[in-house]
Design a protein around this ligand. Structure first.
Ligand SMILES: Cc1cc2nc3c(=O)[nH]c(=O)nc-3n(C[C@H](O)[C@H](O)[C@H](O)COP(=O)(O)OP(=O)(O)OC[C@H]3O[C@@H](n4cnc5c(N)ncnc54)[C@H](O)[C@@H]3O)c2cc1C
Length: 461
């Protein structure tokens, strides 16, 4: 059979889109979700069961539905778990909420579109412009659909050093993907751990290590040595930032600095920019966007992607007692060294190389600029001219309606992408408050087109 819609992916983007489509599509429509993750909807972010892995957005802003902002807080309250709308719930709880909301739709079988889950990885595909796509699955089958939404996430970044700077014997002591939480069971109580990266993933992994009884030294190494800032911990109205139309990058950053200096706290100023961030990004030239990524990204990330205040307090206590040392520098190599490895790096501002010993190295450098290299499916689609990378290599090129741009400038009417894969077009599209809007809009577009096609078919019958 040919499905009306296929969604490829199994994380938040996929479940948000599925729920919206179930609410909007006519009952005779057919939807397939191709996902390789048994916990559909949880993805990397919400599959954790560790309580200290908390949402980094207050509960009041985590509803799946942009037009029903209280949906998640109501769900928490119905389970006696809501302390206040500013609560930072656990990410595991959020995963349960997503699945609960989907389950409610699945129960209303007779009133909704048919939904098939296909537990598989889409590894390749055939397909032409505007005539649907046929996916080849790792389970051996094929699946064809008229309209496709790519919801693959962006994978994880490689190590921030060329492969020839890592001795082969050291490879066994490097954890590429910390989200396969199994690596924690390899850690001895007093092992010395090197974490590459000093962002949100580093904080999560440090707290996981402590909770599992690890008491050894942890060194986090990143180019600037900056760590995420805490949320305010109480509600504060966003402060709108005054910007001229067509503002350039330097004008935006100057306006931000001025507003932050005038405000009692900088956080509501950053929050005030959020509704404008996508439009601001779209107004920048490619060279300005590239300058932002080179010079301002690390600063942006720590101020924009903040952590729960109590998580920040716990992390700072570990820095204060010397358990965690955050180093600013550039990784230059990892060598096998007796029973461990030696991590070589050039401290920021220095010409000399130094180093330290570690038992294990964990790559927490995050997802930026993952591009399409991580996905065999995306590489094939690129070779077929169905998609292309965006100009900055953040993900794939899409237009403002999230329709994919292939080897011509004309958007593909039957192919959409959602989530961080579309950062080249939207930039601010990695977290729930933004992805949920994109998912709803894509579902509205698909639904409107299906209804029109239906009416045409009825008229001509
Ligand atoms: C640790 C962590 C914590 C976060 N915390 C928050 C938070 O508190 N609040 C917030 O708003 N945002 C948070 N985020 C941001 C988060 O990225 C988004 O909220 C959201 O989870 C992204 O979901 P996604 O579906 O786009 O991507 P992912 O979660 O990466 O899901 C993509 C899925 O697609 C599957 N897939 C990939 N390729 C294929 C294929 N070829 N065939 C089939 N399946 C495939 C993958 O296996 C994966 O399950 C966090 C992110 C991380 C990593």
């Amino acid at each position: 059979m040919t499905y009306d819609v296929a969604i490829v992916g199994a994380g938040f983007s996929a479940i948000a889109l599925t729920i919206n489509l179930l609410d909007m599509l006519p009952p005779k429509a057919t939807i397939a979700v191709i996902g390789d993750d048994p916990g559909f909807g949880r993805g990397t972010a919400y599959r954790t069961e560790f309580y200290l892995h908390r949402l980094n957005v207050p509960a009041a802003r985590m509803s799946i539905f942009p037009d029903q902002p209280d949906d998640f807080t109501d769900w928490l309250a119905s389970r006696g778990k809501l302390v206040s709308p500013d609560t930072f719930a656990s990410r595991g709880e959020y995963g349960l909420y997503l699945r609960d909301r989907l389950a409610a739709r699945l129960r209303a079988r007779e009133h909704r579109a048919r939904l098939d889950f296909v537990r598989a990885k889409a590894v390749s595909c055939n397909g032409g412009r505007n005539e649907g796509v046929s996916f080849i699955l790792d389970t051996g089958g094929n699946l064809r659909a008229k309209t496709v939404v790519l919801a693959l996430g962006v994978g994880s970044a490689g190590l921030p050093v060329p492969p020839d700077r890592i001795s082969p014997a050291a490879l066994g002591r490097i954890i590429d993907n910390p989200w396969t939480m199994g690596w924690l069971s390899r850690v001895g109580r007093n092992d010395e751990i090197c974490v590459l990266g000093s962002g949100l993933t580093m904080i999560d992994q440090v707290l996981s290590l402590r909770a599992r009884g690890h008491r050894g030294q942890i060194r986090a190494l990143s180019r600037r040595g900056l760590v995420p800032q805490p949320h305010l911990g109480r509600r504060a109205e966003p402060v709108p930032v005054d910007l001229p139309d067509g503002a350039e990058l330097s004008q935006v950053l100057n306006a931000l600095r001025r507003s932050a200096a005038d405000a009692p706290d900088w956080r509501p100023v950053i929050d005030g920019l959020r509704p404008k961030t996508q439009a601001l990004w779209q107004g920048l030239t490619i060279s300005q966007r590239s300058r932002f990524l080179r010079h301002a990204l690390a600063w942006w990330n720590i101020h924009r992607h903040r952590i729960a205040p109590d998580v920040h307090r716990q992390f700072q206590a570990l820095v204060a007692d010397g358990t965690v040392k955050v180093e600013a520098g550039f990784l230059s190599g990892i060598e096998e060294d007796g029973n461990g490895v030696r991590v070589e790096y050039r401290p920021r501002g220095s010409q000399d190389t130094t180093g330290f010993a570690a038992d294990l190295v964990v790559n927490c450098t995050g997802m930026e600029k993952a591009g399409i290299g991580h996905s065999p499916l995306l590489r094939t689609m690129c070779d077929l001219g169905m998609i292309r990378m965006d100009e900055l290599g953040l993900g794939i090129a899409v237009d403002k309606t999230s329709r994919v741009l292939g080897d011509t400038q004309r958007p593909n009417a039957a192919l959409f992408a959602v989530g961080a894969l579309t950062a080249g077009q939207f930039w601010e599209i990695t977290a729930v408050p933004d992805i949920r809007v994109q998912a709803m809009r894509i579902a509205q577009t698909i639904s409107a087109e299906l209804h029109v096609a239906d009416e045409r078919a009825t008229r001509s019958a």
